[in-house]
Design a protein around this ligand. Structure first.
Ligand SMILES: [Mn+2]
Length: 241
């Protein structure tokens, strides 16, 4: 039976060695026995390009390379913080980049995977920014800057997003049910796993006579939440700090 793990929003940061150590421990104690580890975006607090070589980048590369060498497949989605995560990084850790959204098959079920930020459609300012930052020419222009310049830009973007988020009500920064149902309809899937909102939950509802389910993976700021797919069941678990 295939065992899959899903994590998101670890926000690994060189300034936070405790979470880097926790990630290493998670990889060794949990992920090493899984067939695949899905990282659903925002592995990093910020990502200025695949040439990043700070402690967060080095730690993640090492932990993931060790994991893939031990036989666990590693699949990554970009998040809104690490939207510049690219083929250079995934190749260096033996992983594979998935597009957002992606569909996987597990235990006879089709599961849609996405970071989750595209579903926060009530946050119109953010959706405009997201659209702009996803344009290939904008990303190419960013990546053409020297690394120090990109790191400054990433820091500024992080501060701006923190300030913007602090002024937004909770309903604006969560997904909208309309966007969730639209995406599931488009993909013809009834099951979804995502992160981004930092609101771990297992939502079940009915839509046009179909039972739908949405699992939200929590962030690693307070506790290390993950979703495990094993023996035909999908459950949210908490890795002890
Ligand atoms: Mn995010």
């Amino acid at each position: 039976m295939t065992r899959l793990l899903f994590i998101a929003d670890l926000h690994l940061d060189a300034c936070d060695p405790a979470t880097l150590a926790l990630f290493h421990r998670f990889c060794r104690q949990q992920a090493a026995s899984a067939d695949a580890l899905y990282i659903l975006g925002d592995l990093f607090e910020a990502w200025a390009g695949d040439d990043a070589n700070d402690d967060a980048a080095t730690c993640a590369r090492q932990a993931l390379a060790e994991l893939s060498a031990s036989g666990t497949e590693i699949l990554l989605l970009q998040g809104n913080r690490d939207f510049l995560l690219g083929p250079g990084f995934v190749a260096s850790c033996g992983g594979r980049l998935l597009s957002d959204p992606s569909i996987i098959e597990w235990s006879g079920q089709r599961i849609a995977l996405c970071h989750g930020d595209s579903l926060c459609t009530a946050d119109e300012d953010y959706q405009i920014l997201r659209h702009r930052l996803r344009r290939p020419e904008v990303q190419a222009a960013l990546l053409a800057q020297p690394r120090s310049e990109r790191e400054t830009l990433a820091r500024q973007a992080r501060e701006a997003s923190r300030r913007a988020g602090a002024n937004k009500p909770d309903t604006i920064t969560d997904v909208t049910q309309a966007a969730v149902d639209a995406l599931l309809g488009e993909l013809d899937v009834d099951l979804m796993i995502h992160g981004h909102t930092h609101r771990p939950a297992d939502h079940c509802w009915q839509h046009d006579g179909r039972s739908r389910r949405r699992l939200v993976v929590g962030a690693w700021s307070d506790s290390a939440d993950y979703v495990v797919a094993d023996s035909g069941e999908l459950t949210i678990r908490r890795f002890p700090l």
